[in-house]
Design a protein around this ligand. Structure first.
Ligand SMILES: NC(=O)c1ccc[n+]([C@@H]2O[C@H](COP(=O)([O-])OP(=O)(O)OC[C@H]3O[C@@H](n4cnc5c(N)ncnc54)[C@H](OP(=O)(O)O)[C@@H]3O)[C@@H](O)[C@H]2O)c1
Length: 269
């Protein structure tokens, strides 16, 4: 579909997007997909990232975007970039995957992980409270929010906390709309590659997910980007969590645990 057709459709279905300015923080697989999709829908795009290489790559694909270095965990850095960009929409797609199992939790590492998750959210909330144009939205790409899985204490803690934060901030920052998009495993990302370890492992994970998920295929970055557009573009969406996990939390036995077993060579029948 041509970009102008996309934009006409977007202006009808997602009226808060066309002609607006979106800042995507985090230029990894999901942030990049969100930036490209928003651009195709007629949104002016700025992307901010902790280091330069991914920003340079993105500018090769999309020379029209503005790029910014940021440390999303620092209030001064958030204030500087958001103050420069003055976004209508903010998408936070930073964060890392780390499990933590009872019995072997390194407390300092765990606190750093929680800081990595929560500091950017609170710094952005501070900025919105005192600076944002009233029409803006704030979308958080969270980790998996689902059933507890062995060895993933951090995920189990962060998911409900993000839900609580989103609901709180939706009330406190309104009329700015605050939502989260919660993916399960997204197979075409560096994060998936890092978790599983090899390209063959990622292919095996995608095949296992295709067999086990109700949707019959694995989730990819465009699926997550689409949900980001839905919540940013819908003028009534606030305080919500959009799950983009293909039904993984409905599968009776834990698909994630099975995937870890497959990584260790314990093939699923
Ligand atoms: N991929 C998945 O399977 C998956 C599943 C569920 C949830 N998620 C969540 O989705 C989000 C994005 O995932 P992804 O796959 O796109 O991750 P990714 O490829 O690892 O990208 C994360 C990006 O965020 C940047 N970043 C990290 N900390 C930062 C900070 N403090 N300030 C500024 N930039 C920072 C990184 O910069 P550098 O270039 O310097 O590294 C990187 O470009 C994360 O919250 C992740 O937990 C992902």
């Amino acid at each position: 579909m041509a970009q102008t057709d996309n934009q006409e459709l977007a202006s009808k279905i997602l009226p808060d997007l066309l002609g607006k300015r979106m800042l995507v923080i985090g230029a990894g697989g999901i942030g990049k997909a969100a930036a490209l999709m928003a651009y195709s829908l007629g949104v002016e795009i700025a992307v901010a990232n902790r280091s330069q290489p991914k920003l340079d790559q993105l500018r090769k694909t999309l020379p029209e975007i503005s790029t910014h270095l940021i440390n999303a965990r620092e209030q001064t850095s958030i204030n500087r970039v958001l103050g420069d960009v003055k976004p209508d929409h903010i998408v936070l797609a930073t964060g890392r995957v780390q499990g933590f199992a009872s019995g072997s939790i390194d407390l300092a590492e765990a606190m750093d992980y929680f800081g990595d998750r929560f500091e950017p959210i609170m710094a952005i909330a501070n900025w919105i409270a005192s600076n944002a144009k009233k029409s803006c939205s704030f979308t958080i790409v969270s980790g998996f929010i689902g059933v507890p899985t062995m060895g993933n204490l951090a995920w189990s803690a962060v998911g409900p906390a993000i839900k609580g934060l989103v609901e709180h901030l939706a009330v406190e920052l309104g009329p700015t709309r605050v939502n989260a998009v919660a993916p399960g495993p997204v197979v075409d990302t560096q994060m998936a590659r890092d978790v599983v370890g090899t390209d063959e492992g990622v292919s095996a994970m995608a095949a296992a997910l295709s067999k086990q998920l109700p949707i019959g295929r694995a989730v990819v970055v465009e699926d997550v980007a689409r949900q980001i557009m839905m919540v940013a573009g819908d003028p009534t969406a606030t305080g919500s969590i959009r799950f983009t996990e293909g039904g993984i939390s409905l599968v009776p036995s834990s698909v994630i645990a099975d995937l870890h077993m497959e990584k260790e060579g314990d093939e699923k029948n």
